[in-house]
Design a protein around this ligand. Structure first.
Ligand code: PLP
Length: 388
């Protein structure tokens, strides 16, 4: 059957045709494809502004800057995420701390957030909740806390393109800015790419400026009279973190295919739920009214119901050529963050989760035969351990 990865891109002939057309157009970058992708993405997410970037890490970094985060500032995020959710605060010279997860959803815990706000000497300037595995975080509750304590919300929706809460797309409400990733393993891909969406025109303007050297070519925005049509102004210190037109063309094509890809992921997730129901595993949470993007499907070994270790399960899957993975080793336990003072025990629910979790394959082109193979290896391994 060959190696089954935990995730892989879904590139269709129409994606190839779209990229080919971009490659043979007059523009490889700074042409019409980026604004077209931004417009489609904004429409799909029910927001007025979408700003494309080289990747989601850049979008998180520039969003922190646009929100005014800087030296002396403070960012809180969840330890159960990719390191970029935390690094963006340090890029700006701010301090970073974490809020523990809710073991049921694996997302940032609203209770832990409220408790930390009550106990901490000051609230954060920016909160970065993550829609882990594509399951939307409880942003309605976090928005209420943000309004009370006066912090901004930067939603890391890197896993959640196409997810919604009660029919309203992730990114369309609650967050000041929401960021999406189009890395090759994510739900929609541009190879490398990211998008920041917002309702706030001033934040969108800052994001556009920061992604392109702090330069504006909009005569209405010039601080001095333009000496001629060639004129542009650098008004801030920015970077070059633009998306190319080639990448945006792929993104536009992928976005058209998102409903079909999303349906395939959801169907396979439902099927995992059914096939794994009898095993001593905790399956992903279902929240009424929340439609996940199903970027990842993570099971947790239920230690109360089986002596099998996560390590044994992971090794058995790998030995069977199944690309099991861990999402995520808690950020605060990475050597870089431990050197900054974090230690085991700081965020016990994220740590306990990470000791139990195994990501199993889920992507639109996963076949039922491949999925059956994954289930068979899980069932056999858990049965063997029980018999021993
Ligand atoms: C993938 C990912 C990122 C970074 O995305 P890139 O586009 O690779 O920079 C950030 N946060 C989370 C939660 C991610 O999964």
């Amino acid at each position: 059957m060959g190696f089954i990865p935990y995730s892989t891109q879904d590139i269709a002939p129409e994606d190839v045709a779209a990229v080919t057309a971009a490659l043979t157009s007059p523009f490889l970058t700074q042409g019409p494809a980026v604004p077209a992708f931004e417009a489609e993405f904004a429409a799909a997410h029910a927001v007025p502004h979408a700003v494309a970037m080289a990747n989601a890490t850049a979008a998180l970094h520039l969003s922190c800057l646009a929100l005014g985060l800087g030296p002396g500032g403070l960012l809180w995020t969840t330890p159960n995420s990719f390191v970029a959710s935390a690094n963006c605060g340090l890029y700006c010279g701010a301090e970073v701390d974490f809020v523990d997860i809710d073991p049921a959803t694996r997302n940032m815990s609203v209770e832990a957030l409220a408790a930390k706000l009550a106990a901490a000497p000051r609230p954060p300037d920016v909160l970065v909740p993550v829609d882990f595995a594509g399951l939307p975080a409880d942003l309605a509750a976090m928005r209420a806390l943000a309004d009370r304590h006066g912090f901004r919300i930067l939603e890391d929706a890197s896993h959640a393109t196409g997810a919604d809460r009660h029919g309203r797309p992730v990114g369309s409400e609650f967050a000041d800015i929401a960021v999406f990733s189009f890395h090759a393993v994510k739900v929609v891909t541009t190879g490398e790419g990211g998008m920041a969406v917002t309702h706030d025109p001033e934040l969108a303007r800052r994001l556009r400026s920061l992604r392109s050297h702090g330069i504006t070519r909009d005569p209405a925005a010039f601080v001095a009279p333009a000496p001629g049509g060639w004129h542009y102004e650098q008004q801030a210190l920015g970077w070059n973190l633009r998306m190319t037109d080639v990448a945006a063309a792929l993104g536009l094509s992928q976005l058209k295919r998102l409903p079909a890809m999303q349906a395939a992921r959801a169907r396979l997730a439902d099927r995992y739920d059914r096939l794994l129901a009898g095993l001593p595993l905790r399956l992903p949470a279902r929240i009424p009214g929340f439609r996940p993007a199903w970027h990842l499907y993570v099971v947790e070994v239920d230690g109360a119901a089986t002596p099998v270790s996560r390590r044994a399960l992971y090794d058995a899957l790998r030995a069977a050529e199944i690309g099991a993975n861990l999402h995520y080793a808690p950020i605060h336990l990475q050597p870089f963050w431990r050197a900054r003072g974090f230690a085991p025990g700081d965020f016990p629910d994220a740590e306990a989760y990470a000791d139990r979790a195994v990501t199993i394959p889920l992507f639109p082109k996963l076949t039922e035969a491949q999925q059956d193979r994954v289930v068979e290896v899980l069932a056999k391994t858990l049965a063997r351990a029980e018999a021993a």
